[in-house]
Design a protein around this ligand. Structure first.
Ligand code: PEP
Ligand code: MN
Length: 263
C-alpha cells in the first residue's frame, strides 16, 4: 500500500489546508520538549512569523537515560494547544505508548512515531486505527525497506496519511549524532507515493550543521522539514546543542525559499 505500484500519484496530506506532499515545502518547527507555556507560546509565535506551518514539541520524551527529563505529558499537550491557539499553526507531537494514543489523539493534529518506536508494531497499528496523519521517523538502523514496512502497518489499518521522516541513521561516524541519509529521499520517491520530510536536527545533533542539511534536503526532493528551535539552547531541557535560536531559524527560512525556487 505504501508502494507506487498500486498508487501512481503522490499522496498529498491535507491538514486543515496545510498540504504535505504537494507543491509547497512545509516546515515544522519548535522545541524538542515542551518546557513551560511562556517559552512555548513565544517560540510558536516566532516560528510562525518566520514561515513555519506546523508546530513541533514533545510532551512524552523517550530519552536515552531514564533519569533525563521525560516530558510534561498531558500538561505539555495542553501547553501545545495554547501554542496552536495563539498562532493558528497545526501541531505534531510524539506518542510513545499504545496506552497514550487516545489521550494524544484528543489534542494533536499529527502523531509522531519516534525513531526508537519505528518497529513498535502494536503502536503502529494503534495509530493506524485513528484518522490522523502520522509522521513516521526512520529507525536508528532501519533499512528503507523496513521503514516502508512500518508505514505499511499503519496503512493496513486504514490510515493512509503517513509522512515518512528521515532523521539520520547510526553509522561508524561520531562527529555527527547520526548520519543523514539524503539518498533515502530520491530512493523513496522511486518506490513510494508517500511524502518525505527531513529532520536535520536529530540527524546532526549540532545546530551549526542544521542549515546546510536543511538546504540539502530541499535540493534532493524532500517535501518538508522538521527543525528544533529553542529560545535559549544552552538551557534547553532536551537537545539544546542541536536547536536553532529563533533568529537563526528565521534566516534559514529565507535561505530555504531560494533553494526551493531553484529546484
Ligand atoms: C524528537 O523528534 O524529539 C525525537 C525524539 O526524535 P527521534 O525519534 O528521531 O530521535
Ligand atoms: Mn529532540
Amino acid at each position: 500500500l505504501a508502494s507506487n505500484e498500486l498508487q501512481h500519484t503522490p499522496t498529498v496530506i491535507d491538514i486543515g489546508g496545510v498540504k504535505i506532499g504537494g507543491e509547497e515545502i512545509v516546515v515544522m518547527a519548535g522545541p524538542c520538549a515542551i518546557e513551560n507555556e511562556k517559552d512555548f507560546v513565544d517560540t510558536a509565535i516566532s516560528v510562525k512569523n518566520s514561515g513555519a506551518k506546523i508546530l513541533r514539541g514533545g510532551a512524552f520524551k523517550p530519552r536515552s537515560s531514564p533519569y533525563a527529563f521525560q516530558g510534561l505529558e498531558e500538561d505539555g499537550l495542553k501547553i501545545m494547544v495554547a501554542g496552536r491557539e495563539a498562532t493558528g499553526l497545526k501541531m505534531v507531537t510524539e506518542v510513545v505508548d499504545t496506552r497514550d494514543v487516545e489521550l494524544v489523539n484528543k489534542y494533536t493534529d499529527i502523531f509522531q512515531i519516534g525513531a526508537r518506536n519505528m518497529q513498535n508494531f502494536r503502536l503502529l497499528s494503534e495509530v493506524g486505527m485513528t484518522r490522523k496523519p502520522v509522521l513516521l521517523k526512520r529507525g536508528l538502523s532501519a533499512t528503507i525497506e523496513e521503514w516502508l514496512m512500518a508505514a505499511e502497518y499503519i496503512i493496513a489499518e486504514g490510515n493512509h496519511e503517513v509522512i515518512l521522516c528521515e532523521r539520520g541513521i547510526r553509522t561508524f561516524e561520531t562527529i555527527t549524532r547520526n548520519t543523514l541519509d539524503l539518498s533515502a529521499i530520491p530512493a523513496i520517491k522511486d518506490v513510494s507515493h508517500l511524502p518525505v520530510v527531513v529532520d536535520p536536527s536529530h540527524a546532526t545533533g549540532n545546530w551549526k550543521y542544521v542549515p546546510a542539511l536543511a538546504k540539502g534536503a530541499i535540493a534532493t526532493g524532500a517535501d518538508g522539514l522538521i527543525i528544533e528551535v529553542h529560545p535559549n539552547p544552552p538551557c534547553a531541557l532536551c537537545d539544546g546543542p542541536q536547536s536553532l535560536r529563533p533568529e537563526r531559524f528565521k534566516s534559514l527560512m529565507d535561505e530555504l525559499r531560494l533553494v526551493a525556487q531553484a529546484v
